[in-house]
Design a protein around this ligand. Structure first.
Ligand code: ATP
Ligand code: MG
Length: 427
């Protein structure tokens, strides 16, 4: 079924012509324009859609440029030699250029539900083509449902996204109760957009999050963890975690962390997120394991302290590692983190503990710097120290020690690592 917009459909829309909006083609990458123009010249509709239209209208730099069209995947595939069809659930086409991939998808509509009375609304199949209006309606928020039409350079708004953009509101499209039950990850996305764009969550949308927060546990753990990682990776975690606490979404999701930070129990946690956001926004890449360790840290510190009180004494280093490993195992499993990431988190946290009590022996310090998790642990220590005000000197010592070691390494190209003395075995 090919979807052609009917006359009545465009009557639904507010169309803003090129002279009345701020999107300039100069801000759209050449490859994206190529895709749009070729579809258009071949007789198809070709719209820029999703986050790119929102970001361009706000004068922000879009992360990616998605294209929506009435051409079907096989037709799109035929138009672009450099493309491939991907996706099982909803097939879309990737047009591959040297430095970017342009995602082209066919307009689609909300999938039919098995039965309206069916209380189970979770979407399981969404491979149904639709009209541009239907495509706008199936999207999550009004500000994410705008189109930029390459045929006449107009912006098409079927559901009031322009007003909400103007009023800085994140508003669910359709009935929030239904839309959040269909896909509980949308609750996290509402929070994410509010934090990153500095928007308010419109009150019906907000109230619906309060009502449906527990349903977040029905969402795929992979998707939820991806959302959490994205908040941290892209530098808008502080506002988002604040909203997750305020709406109550964090409590079912990560109860351990919620308890460790609730009611300002760990003020440095908020400071850490602030430092982290600033750091990643300045384009410094922080590994996922460090980002997640930051999240776990207040809880891990509290649990270690509790355990040491219980034992009435400090744990030895080997014991700390075992303790951390057992402590974080369930949360990592719930978050469906890959084993490699979990291992890196364990190592980063354990090494952090080791860094807090630097070995007196210089050679031992030296070996430390070459241990694989050193850099992760140092990054973690940096964030922790500057947020809590503790261990700042310890951090500085390690940092300058590591710099000296690396400088020396650069000056001695043939000895990149300290040579281990070979044990001589008397065979
Ligand atoms: P970003 O700048 O982070 O990429 P984005 O708005 O482009 O933000 P994406 O996750 O790339 O977000 O998704 C692209 C578009 O797909 C969104 O703008 C929205 O229209 C739609 N979308 C994404 N996730 C959902 C969802 N869970 N439910 C409905 N529509 C969604
Ligand atoms: Mg996007």
């Amino acid at each position: 079924m090919t979807a052609h917009a009917s006359a009545t459909e465009t009557e639904h829309a507010v169309v803003v012509d090129r002279s009345s909006h701020s999107i300039s083609r100069r801000r759209i990458p050449e490859n994206v324009l190529k895709v749009l123009y070729r579809l258009h010249r071949s007789g198809y509709r070709a719209y820029l859609c999703g986050g790119s239209v929102r970001d361009l209208l706000m004068n922000r730099t879009p992360k990616d440029f998605d294209v929506a069209t009435d051409a079907h995947p096989a037709e799109i595939r035929r138009l672009f030699r450099n493309s491939r069809i991907i996706g099982r659930r909803f097939r879309l086409v990737h047009v591959i250029f040297q430095d970017m991939i342009v995602e082209v998808s066919t307009f689609r509509r909300e999938p039919e539900r098995a039965s309206e009375e069916n209380a189970e609304l979770l979407i399981t199949d969404d491979n149904t083509f639709g009209t541009p209006l239907q495509d706008a309606r199936r999207r999550d928020f009004t500000i994410n449902a705008l189109f930029y039409n390459i045929a006449d350079f107009s912006v098409i708004d079927f559901i009031g996204g322009l007003t909400d953009l103007d009023q800085k509101k994140v508003r669910v499209i359709g009935h929030p109760d239904i839309r959040f039950r269909e896909d509980p990850v949308r609750m996290m996305r509402a929070i994410e957009f509010a934090s990153r764009l500095d928007f308010d969550i419109e009150h019906e949308t907000y109230d619906a999050i309060l009502r449906h927060k527990h349903e977040i546990l029905k969402a795929s753990p992979h998707r939820v963890s991806d959302e959490i990682l994205e908040l941290l990776r892209r530098g808008w975690s502080r506002g988002a975690f604040r909203l997750m606490v305020d709406t109550g979404l964090l409590e079912p999701l990560l109860p351990e962390i919620f308890r460790a930070i609730a009611g300002e129990r760990a003020p440095y946690f908020w400071k850490m997120l602030e430092v982290l956001d600033r750091t990643v926004q300045s384009d410094r890449k922080i590994p996922d394991a460090v980002l997640l360790s930051v999240l776990l840290l207040p809880w891990v510190i509290e649990e270690i302290e509790r355990e040491e009180r219980r034992r009435s004494g400090r744990m030895r280093m080997g014991e700390v590692l075992v303790f951390i490993r057992e402590l974080i195992q369930p949360i990592c499993a719930r978050m469906a983190l890959p084993a490699g990431t979990r291992h890196q988190i364990e190592q980063a946290l354990e090494t952090l503990w080791r860094l807090l009590e630097p070995p007196a022996d210089r050679r031992a310090q030296f070996r430390f710097v070459y241990r694989e998790p050193f850099n992760d642990a140092l990054a973690l220590l940096e964030i922790y120290a500057f947020s809590s005000g503790k261990y700042v000197d310890v951090f500085r010592q390690w940092q300058s020690f590591a710099q000296r070691v690396k400088r020396a390494e650069g000056e001695a190209p043939h000895h990149p690592r300290p040579r281990r003395r070979r044990r001589r075995h008397a065979h």
